[in-house]
Ligand binder design. Structure first.
Ligand SMILES: Cc1cc2nc3c(=O)[nH]c(=O)nc-3n(C[C@H](O)[C@H](O)[C@H](O)COP(=O)(O)OP(=O)(O)OC[C@H]3O[C@@H](n4cnc5c(N)ncnc54)[C@H](O)[C@@H]3O)c2cc1C
Length: 394
């Protein structure tokens, strides 16, 4: 039996962040177990968009604290070679008259209330930032100049390397088969490479968090949902200087950003294809989907009418009923802390989530209150449903 002070299951951007923060808080006898390789889960599929724009105020707080880390990643990790691959392109979000307008207005107010720089732009100002798009139908355009995008895989491997330097042990290719329980408490894990003990286990398993249900008998409201991402090559480049764009007026609530400084990465920000199991294999992207997204892109970016698909991939979201994560200790399972259900927006929250989950695991007061994210909200009606409705903008 090998003994640790804490075990983390999953080495995506969340699990590696938890491990790093545990060590930073002085808990260095930490074991991280991952079935595959560091960052090879849904982290490697991320579009990487960073913004603090949310209609759920709790998310704004986590995103704001996380942004400070992304913005100073190497210093924060004490590793001058670490990079989050951040491109501070800014974030534009526009709504026409209609259902999304009030949500946008109140989200911008909430950001301002927390001291985040956001501006309201007119169509001409927006066009000067993103000349390839049209803004003639926009009733309100928000702009967050400090936002942008980064590289989730780089961030996960950055957290992992910094954690290792602080003494954390990360084992790849190890499957956790079950929790070890004694007198109703979690005391470790059973794995494909034997048993390990620890007084606290943190599950950062993303779409595989249904394992917890199997291990504890307690329902975990998370479903895997497949989303497709396209990289388009258009006649006008989508440069790194151009902001990320969220189009609340399009049927699919499209999000777009520069890809490689030239192409456009685009995906829909609404409900995707439900998967029966946490199947993380690449899925087919139907021609119908490409045509549907292509039409929305051409409507917003007229010159992209003639754009071609340069590449495409699919990724899975770990979706909960209110599209927000479950964070913290599981009330009925002492010794178990969970962080799953990021519903397509977990990367931008990962530094702060890692910190608060590490604090929770160590029985410390969390820097940001995570009680609203408790599993119990699905039983007591305190859902964190965003004003935009279901979708990753939340
Ligand atoms: C297409 C797509 C686009 C996205 N775009 C954005 C975006 O623009 N901005 C944003 O903020 N977020 C985005 N996200 C979401 C974000 O990428 C995820 O929330 C985040 O990467 C999740 O990290 P994770 O550590 O929870 O999960 P993962 O990276 O999936 O890691 C979980 C790990 O746990 C391991 N594991 C699970 N069960 C076991 C077990 N029993 N034993 C051992 N190991 C196990 C898995 O192998 C896996 O490596 C996007 C996601 C997708 C799919």
């Amino acid at each position: 039996m090998r003994s640790f002070d804490a075990i983390v299951v999953g080495a995506g951007v969340i699990g590696t962040s938890v491990a790093y923060h545990l060590a930073r808080l002085g808990c260095t006898k930490v074991l991280v177990l991952n079935r595959t390789q560091i960052g090879a889960g849904t982290t490697s599929q991320s579009s990487g968009i960073l913004r603090t724009h949310y209609s759920v105020i709790e998310n704004v707080r986590l995103a704001q604290a996380s942004w400070r880390v992304f913005n100073d990643f190497a210093n924060y990790l004490g590793d001058e070679e670490a990079s989050a691959g951040m491109v501070k392109s800014g974030y534009l979000i526009a709504a026409p008259d209609g259902a999304k307008l009030d949500a946008l207005r109140s989200a911008l107010d909430a950001q301002r209330a927390l001291g985040i720089e956001v501006r309201e732009l007119d169509a001409q100002q927006a066009s000067s930032l993103l000349p390839i798009a049209r803004f003639d139908d926009a009733a309100l355009i928000g702009y967050e100049p400090e936002a942008g995008f980064a590289d989730a895989y780089l961030v996960a491997t950055g957290f992992a390397r910094a954690a290792r330097r602080l003494g954390v042990k990360i084992m790849e290719g190890v499957e956790v088969n079950s929790l070890r329980m004694e007198e109703g408490r979690v005391v470790g894990v059973e794995t494909s490479q034997g048993d390990f003990s620890a007084p606290v286990v943190v599950s950062a398993q993303n779409i595989w968090a249904k394992d917890i249900e199997r291990w504890t008998g307690i329902e975990q409201p998370v479903k895997a949902e497949r989303h497709a991402v396209l990289a388009l090559e258009g006649p006008q480049p989508y440069t790194f200087q151009m902001p990320v764009y969220k189009d609340l007026g399009s049927p699919g609530m499209l999000y777009c950003r520069s890809y490689g400084g030239n192409q456009m990465l685009v995906s829909e920000g609404i409900v995707g294809d439900k998967l029966d199991s946490p199947d993380n294999e690449q899925g087919d992207i139907s021609m119908d989907y490409m045509v549907e997204v292509g039409a929305q892109v051409a409507d917003r970016f007229p010159s992209y009418e003639t754009a071609g698909v340069a590449s495409s991939w699919t990724g899975a979201y770990d979706v909960t009923p209110d599209w927000n994560p479950v964070l913290g200790r599981l009330q009925d399972v002492p010794g178990l802390v969970v962080g799953y259900g990021f519903s397509g927006h977990g990367f931008k929250l990962s530094p702060a989530v890692g910190l608060v989950l590490a604090q929770s695991a160590l029985g410390l007061q969390t820097e940001i209150d995570i009680t609203p994210y408790a599993l119990e909200r699905f039983r007591n009606g305190g859902l964190l449903t965003g004003k935009y409705g279901l979708g990753a903008v939340s």
